[in-house]
Design a protein around this ligand. Structure first.
Ligand code: T4K
Length: 378
């Protein structure tokens, strides 16, 4: 430990939830109590669905109790089956959503700059069994949506985006939820915008909204008709009320994170062996994560050493997403999971570290985190 740098007195986590004044939530809870309506498309749900659709600039949106089940429902509603091409550099929910639909994930390598699925390699992974592409906007950086759609159109495939990290991201002022056949957003407590737990699907096709709204409520059309074997993954009134409150503060949170992200960039810009994600042209980012790549040889120590050493300073970074999903024991036998098929993803997963980023941090905190990081160089 460097004698000039003292550990933080309180732990600094990778993130902390955006928590507005509890009085604001209390007031919404009083409305819920007065209505005696706790779930099943109540007034909070109706209001939140509308406000969120406007915020995300999407024509159709359906709320869910979490992002994972939203993804499972999207794959099922679009009729995906057989094989779906996806990325190994993601949270387990992405390939698991395929497995829960009896679909085989086919892992495609990633782009070294964006860490998203490499659109130039997708076609080589397509077989006669392929029905779709499930891509992830990792850390909020948009995928190559134009080329992915082009490949899908030429091969008759559906496109689903896991947009869990991409809340509020826009490409040329178009909400990211307008691309592909459906996009999933996660509103977990660790997300930039949250409803404690929760999620949403967005899509352009209004028929899909009708189908998905039935699917998430057991397939119940009315008191006497059940039209499909649906499931229960509805968002309840308390989650929706939380969403309405938090939505009013999310712009402020993004502004704060932007300042902190710029501080990180300023401090780490010219450091040998540290690479920050590049800004993408015509894209409005959301400053959700601060991911760096650490090249062991050039920086002087490994990502894992940095991760361990940070703990001694009470700083808890995360190795999102190590190990690769393709290395999980239930996927590693798949032909596409071979390391030789995934050289870039394998390297990225060894090098990426997410540093703490949330609105309640101060610029001084971030400067100190960077000083600590730089002190690890040998
Ligand atoms: N697709 C992608 C690409 C995703 O990243 C995710 C979720 C999903 C799909 C699935 O969406 P959901 O079904 O969850 O809606 C966290 C989250 O649990 C997970 O939602 C998220 N991705 C993932 C990236 O991060 P962990 O295992 O890192 O969470 P945990 O509990 O270790 O929390 C991290 C830190 O956050 C804690 O050390 C402290 C802080 N924290 C956490 C919670 C839960 C708080 O301060 N308060 C809290 O309430 O997975």
């Amino acid at each position: 430990m460097n004698s000039h740098l003292k550990p933080f007195e309180e732990p600094i986590f990778i993130t902390r939830p955006l928590l507005p004044d509890v009085a604001e939530v209390q007031s919404k809870l009083e409305d819920i109590w007065a209505s005696q309506w706790l779930t099943n498309n109540g007034p909070q749900h109706i209001a939140f669905e509308k406000e969120l659709g406007n915020y995300l600039k999407v024509p159709h949106l359906s709320l869910f109790n979490n992002g994972t089940l939203a993804l499972v429902a999207a794959c099922q509603s679009l009729g995906l089956c057989g094989e779906v091409v996806t990325t190994p550099f993601t949270f387990p929910a992405t390939p698991h959503a395929l497995t829960w639909n009896n679909i085989t994930p086919v892992f495609c390598d990633v782009d070294p700059d964006t860490m998203n699925i490499d659109a130039t390699k997708i076609e080589s992974m397509i077989t006669s069994q392929t029905t779709g592409i499930l891509a992830v906007h990792v850390f909020g950086t948009p995928c190559d949506v134009i080329n992915i759609q082009d490949i899908a159109d030429r091969h008759g495939l559906k496109v689903v985006y896991d947009a869990a990290h991409a809340f509020g991201v826009e490409i040329n002022e178009t909400g990211i939820g307008n691309f592909g056949d459906a996009s999933m957003f996660s509103f977990h407590a660790t997300k930039l915008f949250h409803t404690a737990e929760g999620g949403a699907l967005t899509f352009r096709d209004s028929n899909l909204k009708t189908h998905i709204d039935l699917l998430k409520n057991f397939g119940i059309k009315n008191e006497e008709e059940v039209v499909m074997p649906g499931i229960n993954c509805k968002m309840n009134e308390i989650q929706a009320a939380m969403g309405l409150v938090v939505l009013g503060h999310v712009e402020d949170e993004i502004r704060k994170r932007k300042v902190l992200s710029e501080t990180y960039r300023e401090c780490l810009r010219d450091v040998e062996g540290i690479t920050l994600l590049k800004a993408i042209l015509n894209t409005e980012g959301n400053y959700h994560y601060l991911a760096v790549r650490i090249n062991e040889t050039r920086f002087g120590c490994s990502r894992d050493h940095v991760y361990d050493e940070f703990k001694t300073y009470n700083v808890f970074t995360r190795k999102y997403f190590y190990p690769l999903c393709s290395n999980y024991h239930h996927y590693h036998q798949l032909p596409s999971a071979k390391r030789t098929n995934l050289p870039t993803a394998t390297q990225v997963a060894q090098e990426v570290l997410c540093l703490p980023l949330y609105g309640a941090l101060s610029v001084d905190d971030v400067t100190k985190i960077c000083d600590i990081l730089l002190s690890f160089r040998s």
